[in-house]
Design a protein around this ligand. Structure first.
Ligand code: CUA
Length: 333
C-alpha cells in the first residue's frame, strides 16, 4: 500500500535507529496526551453541563491533585530531555578515527574532497561500516547538509567549519538535500551519498586522485611562503606546527585554546585573533588569497603534522607516496 508513499525514510546509519526510537516515543506520548485531553473535555462537558436549578459546587484547589499534574509531566519531560540529549551528543561527537571528508557548499552545489584527494561534486562515495566525518564550510550563504537516511542534518556556514558524522550500515544510494533556503535554485541543490561494499569502494578509490589533500596543502604551504616562518625547529618567527593539532595552545593574552580545524582556519585568515605565547603578531592575513579548497588543504596539512605516519602516504616529513592512477572521468579535479 505504501510502496510509492513511504512513511519512513530508509534507515542506513547507526544513528537512525536511535532517532526513530525517540521520535516514536514522542508520537506515543503526544498521542496519549491528545486522547487524554479530548477525553477529559468530552467527559467533563457531559458530566458538568449546566442544569436548571442546580448550583455548581465551588472547589478551592487541591494540593495532591496539583502535585500530581506537576510531577508526572515533569518526569515525562525529563525523560524526553535526557533521551534527546543522549541522541544529540551521539550526533555531535564524531568518533576519533573517522575518515575525513571536506565539504564546500556554494550556490548551488556540493563540492566534496576526500582526505586521500578524490574530489566529487554532488556525490559522495563512502564504504559501508566506516565512520565518516564531514568538515564543512560554505563559499557564500548558509546551506545545510541533510541526509534523511542517516538522520543527520547540519548547517553549513560561511567563514567557519561545522562538523557532522555518520556510520553507514547498508550499501545503497541515498538522497542528499540542502535543507536551508539558499536562493532560487535551493531545491536543486541535491545529490547522493553512495555507500559501497568495502571491496567496491577500494576499486573506486584507486580510480583517481591528485594525491592526499595534506600533500596539496603542503604544496600551498610552500608556495605561500608559510614555511619560511613556520619552521620545523624553534628558530622560526612563527610557531613550529609539528604536533600542534588537537593540543591546547597557550596564547599571548593568557587564554588557552584547543588547536582544532576552526582555530587553524582562523589563524590563516585572521592571524592576529589568537597569537601564540612568545610570538609577535607579524603574520599577514591570507583572507582573499586562498580559496575554501586551499584552506581545507592547508588545514589537512597542519593536521597531518600531528598524525602518526601512514605507510604509503606522503606526509610533512617528505615520505614517499604510493603512485596513484590518473583521474577518472566522473571526478572533478
Ligand atoms: Cu544550499 Cu539551500
Amino acid at each position: 500500500m505504501f510502496d510509492n508513499f513511504p512513511l519512513w525514510p530508509h534507515r542506513a546509519s547507526t544513528l537512525a535507529g536511535n532517532v526513530d526510537a525517540l521520535f516514536i516515543f514522542l508520537l506515543i506520548v503526544t498521542g496519549m496526551m491528545t486522547v487524554l485531553v479530548f477525553g477529559a473535555i468530552i467527559y467533563f462537558a457531559a458530566r458538568y453541563h449546566r442544569r436548571p436549578g442546580v448550583l455548581a459546587e465551588q472547589i478551592e484547589g487541591s494540593t495532591p491533585l496539583e502535585l500530581t499534574w506537576s510531577i508526572i509531566p515533569l518526569g515525562v519531560f525529563m525523560v524526553i530531555f535526557l533521551w534527546g540529549a543522549v541522541v544529540y551528543f551521539q550526533e555531535r561527537t564524531p568518533p576519533r578515527d573517522a575518515t575525513e571528508v571536506y565539504v564546500v557548499a556554494k550556490q548551488w552545489m556540493w563540492k566534496l574532497e576526500h582526505a586521500e584527494g578524490q574530489r566529487e561534486i554532488n556525490e559522495l562515495h563512502v564504504p559501508v561500516g566506516q565512520d565518516v566525518k564531514l568538515i564543512m564550510t560554505s563559499q557564500d550563504v548558509i546551506h545545510s547538509f541533510y541526509v534523511p537516511a542517516f538522520r543527520i542534518k547540519q548547517d553549513v556556514l560561511p567563514g567557519r567549519y561545522t562538523v557532522e558524522w555518520f556510520h553507514p550500515t547498508k550499501a545503497g544510494t541515498y538522497h542528499l538535500f540542502c535543507a536551508e533556503y539558499c536562493g532560487t535554485q535551493h531545491s536543486g541543490m541535491i545529490g547522493s551519498i553512495v555507500v559501497m561494499e568495502p571491496a567496491q569502494y577500494e576499486a573506486w578509490m584507486s580510480g583517481g586522485s591528485s594525491g592526499p589533500l595534506s600533500v596539496a596543502g603542503e604544496k600551498i604551504f610552500a608556495e605561500l611562503g608559510c614555511a619560511t616562518c613556520h619552521r620545523m625547529d624553534t628558530q622560526g618567527r612563527g610557531p613550529n606546527l609539528l604536533g600542534v593539532f588537537g593540543k591546547p595552545v597557550q596564547l599571548e593574552d593568557g587564554r588557552t585554546v584547543i588547536a582544532d580545524e576552526n582555530y587553524i582556519r582562523e589563524s590563516i585568515l585572521d592571524p592576529g585573533a589568537k597569537v601564540v605565547q612568545g610570538f609577535k603578531p607579524v603574520m599577514p592575513t591570507f583572507q582573499g588569497l586562498v580559496s575554501e579548497e586551499q584552506l581545507n588543504a592547508l588545514v589537512a596539512y597542519v593536521k597531518s603534522l600531528s598524525k602518526p605516519m601512514e605507510p604509503g602516504v606522503k606526509t610533512a616529513a617528505g615520505q614517499e607516496t604510493a603512485p596513484k592512477a590518473p583521474a577518472k572521468g566522473s571526478q572533478v579535479n
